[in-house]
Design a protein around this ligand. Structure first.
Ligand code: DP6
Length: 366
């Protein structure tokens, strides 16, 4: 094995090496949304997310010397099901990162993943799933070549590679608050990978809850990829990207200052903007359900009545994420149980919170 002059690790002799690596990688929820991208998975604007704890994917990547001229994905399962459509996507992904990890073509690979959240819960799994695979492949590289040698380079490369699979996955390799995309306020931020944002966070915002209310579990009628591409002809696109840049800068200040009122204002404006962009695309579409709107109204009334800084946010779907400083957990839980579960499909919600980021699972853990 050797590290070539061009910086890429290549296998110099056909390796007689088999093994496996395993990672658990979390999902994340965006506070400032990524919606619109350019060629090469470059976001049109910076985004900020919170990494979650309970909602995660566990992925085991097995490798053995390629039996043919080039390695292939010989097995794939998600939640112990084979799912050919997913296998195709992962196959495509592995070839897209082939230049970054040239040794992959010397191995046959098997991937088996399990999600901690139910398959039909409507939770976007691409962030946790693609980040878990990117971490496994980067671990495999480290195992074969002892590089990337330090954690800083390891996670940066994993974030870069995760981005290629799914933009939001770039943010899942770090704990707490994470920024993806170039932002004037953060000198080392970049469009190609995410950076952690945890150095200057006020005590009020260090430990956050995210109650995920499952309003509807049906598969999304319009994919995120389609939604991103509709932004290319959206009449509000330029203004939107400017707004997201402003929200990014302002949210960074607000997180440092502990300004809960402003936090709620930005987070909710982002959620409303995301869905208004879907409605104002051509063709326009609506992913909100009546239950989503009823929850939003009740959350706003609860905030007026109690002054608890509880913010709602939305993904590209009808489910509602309630974001709040964790010290308000009891009152938020009461609100959910007394007033909001009626709007949840089968009464389902997930009591999640800020997480410590991905973990490698070693033999001694399993
Ligand atoms: C609304 O990361 O799923 O959740 O890059 O095409 O895989 P692809 O898109 P994806 O888009 C996420 C959109 C969002 C907002 C966000 O997470 O920032």
């Amino acid at each position: 094995m050797q590290n070539n002059d061009d910086g890429f690790n290549r296998v110099t002799a056909f390796p007689e090496i088999s093994g496996s690596v395993q990672w658990r990688s979390p999902s994340n929820i965006a506070l400032v949304k990524y919606w619109g991208k350019r060629k090469g998975q470059i976001p049109e604007n910076p985004s900020i997310s919170i990494t979650l704890k309970k909602s995660h994917t566990e992925t085991l990547l097995g490798y053995s010397p390629a039996k043919g001229q080039s390695g292939i994905l010989t097995g794939f399962s998600l939640d112990r099901r084979e799912l050919p459509a997913f296998k195709e996507r992962i196959d495509r992904y592995l070839s897209q990162i082939g230049d970054l990890y040239p040794f992959l073509k010397d191995f046959d690979l098997t991937i088996s993943s399990t999600n901690s959240f139910p398959h039909s819960s409507g939770i976007a799994s691409s962030a946790s799933a693609l980040s878990a695979i990117a971490l496994c492949v980067t671990s495999m590289e480290r195992m074969l070549f002892s590089s990337p040698s330090d954690d800083y380079s390891f996670f940066r490369k994993a974030s870069y590679a995760a981005r290629i699979g799914s933009g939001s996955a770039a943010r899942s390799v770090y704990p707490g608050y994470v920024l993806w995309g170039s932002a004037a306020e953060i000198p080392h931020s970049a469009n190609e990978y995410a950076v952690p944002l945890n150095d200057n966070i006020h005590a009020e915002f260090k430990d956050m809850g995210d109650a995920i209310l499952i309003v509807d579990e049906s598969p999304k009628p319009v994919s995120s990829s389609k939604g991103h591409s509709l932004m290319e002809s959206n009449p509000w696109a330029t203004v939107r990207y400017r707004q997201a840049e402003m929200h990014t800068g302002r949210l960074i200040e607000v997180l440092a200052a502990g300004d809960a009122e402003e936090f709620v204002r930005i987070v909710e404006k982002e959620a409303m903007t995301l869905h208004s962009l879907m409605m104002s695309s051509y063709p326009g579409y609506i992913l909100l359900k009546p239950g989503t709107l009823q929850i939003i109204e009740k959350v706003r009334q609860f905030r007026l009545d109690t002054r608890v800084p509880l913010a709602f946010t939305l993904d590209a779907g009808p489910n509602v994420h309630l974001i709040y400083p964790a010290r308000f957990r009891e009152s938020v839980k009461n609100l959910i149980e007394q007033q909001l579960v009626v709007h949840c499909s089968k009464g389902r919600w997930i009591d999640d919170n800020t997480g410590e980021g991905p973990v490698e699972i070693t033999e001694s853990d399993s």
